[in-house]
Design a protein around this ligand. Structure first.
Ligand code: ADP
Ligand code: MG
Length: 261
């Protein structure tokens, strides 16, 4: 059975894309076959996995508007994952999709054609709660919310949770909110832990173990377009490996390990 996990938060810079690429790479290392979906018109995931969005002729945009079959658009990555890439064209998908009935189901329908080829599909949602994120949440079985452990991190979480509830009521009753992934975590200060405890309390959301520490290496890796996991022994990569193992355990029937802030 294929597991489809959306990584969503309408806030930018909370490590959605880094989490998608890193968990995908870690799962691949653990012999899980992974498809990653770039739903952000900025194409950061596409770029970070070694494909230049400006050089790509067919993208998720063409799939969503029904102009291309998904199988003809998928790309291989050096990390061994398969990528449904994004280009800036996707910025126009919002308007094109808005005029179509069933617009929230476009990604779900496309993924159904290839899902059986993969154990896990990860969807990197854009920093908005528009029709693209609705497509991601409608196609997914589960959603996680990366949350940067800083003051006011909780702002917008209520709105995101309302969107998830609406999706559960209208387009995807099966959608499960797994919880937050704490990113850019600084274990040396109590501040990160206070922020997490506050969010967990306020919204009754589990914090999935482990938190992902802030590491300089990560910023370097994504800037060069190389995978954040490849050949690197750093705290961030180790944490993402543990997160991938935690998710696999959960998919195998074990209880998801929570972090108690
Ligand atoms: N654990 C980390 N340590 C240091 N920098 C990180 C870490 N995770 C992500 N970043 C950096 O933070 C920025 C935003 O991350 P990104 O994954 O693009 O966020 P989003 O997709 O939510 O906008 C990027 O420059 C990325 O390299
Ligand atoms: Mg992103």
């Amino acid at each position: 059975m294929t597991r489809i996990l959306a990584i969503a938060n309408q806030k930018g810079g909370v490590a959605k894309t880094t989490t998608t690429a890193s968990v995908g790479a870690a799962l691949t290392d653990q012999d899980v076959s992974v498809l990653v979906v770039d739903l952000d018109p900025q194409g950061c995931l596409t770029f970070s996995l070694g494909h230049d969005p400006d050089q790509i002729t067919k993208s998720v945009h063409d799939v969503l508007i029904g102009a291309e079959d998904i199988a003809d658009v998928l790309l291989d990555t050096d990390d061994g994952m398969t990528l449904l890439p994004a280009t800036i064209d996707l910025a126009g998908a919002e308007a094109l999709l808005l005029m179509r009935p069933g617009r929230e189901y476009a990604l779900k329908r496309a993924l159904a054609e290839v899902a059986e080829d993969y154990d896990v599909i990860l969807i990197d949602c854009p920093p908005s709660l528009g029709v693209l994120t609705l497509n991601g949440l409608t196609a997914a079985d589960e959603v996680v919310v990366p949350l940067q452990c800083e003051t006011l991190a909780h702002r917008g979480v209520g709105q995101l949770l309302r969107t998830v509830t609406e999706v559960q009521q209208i387009t995807n009753p099966e959608l499960t909110m797994l919880g937050t992934v704490a990113t850019l975590f600084d274990a040396r200060t109590t501040h990160s832990r206070d922020v997490l405890a506050d969010v967990a309390d306020r919204y009754d959301m589990p914090v999935i173990d482990p938190p992902i520490p802030r590491t300089v290496r990560f910023a370097e890796a994504s800037a060069s377009g190389a995978s954040v996991m490849r050949g690197r022994k750093n705290k961030g990569a180790t944490a993402y490996r543990e997160l991938a193992e935690n998710l696999r355990g959960h998919w195998g029937g074990a209880e998801l390990v929570r972090y108690e802030a």
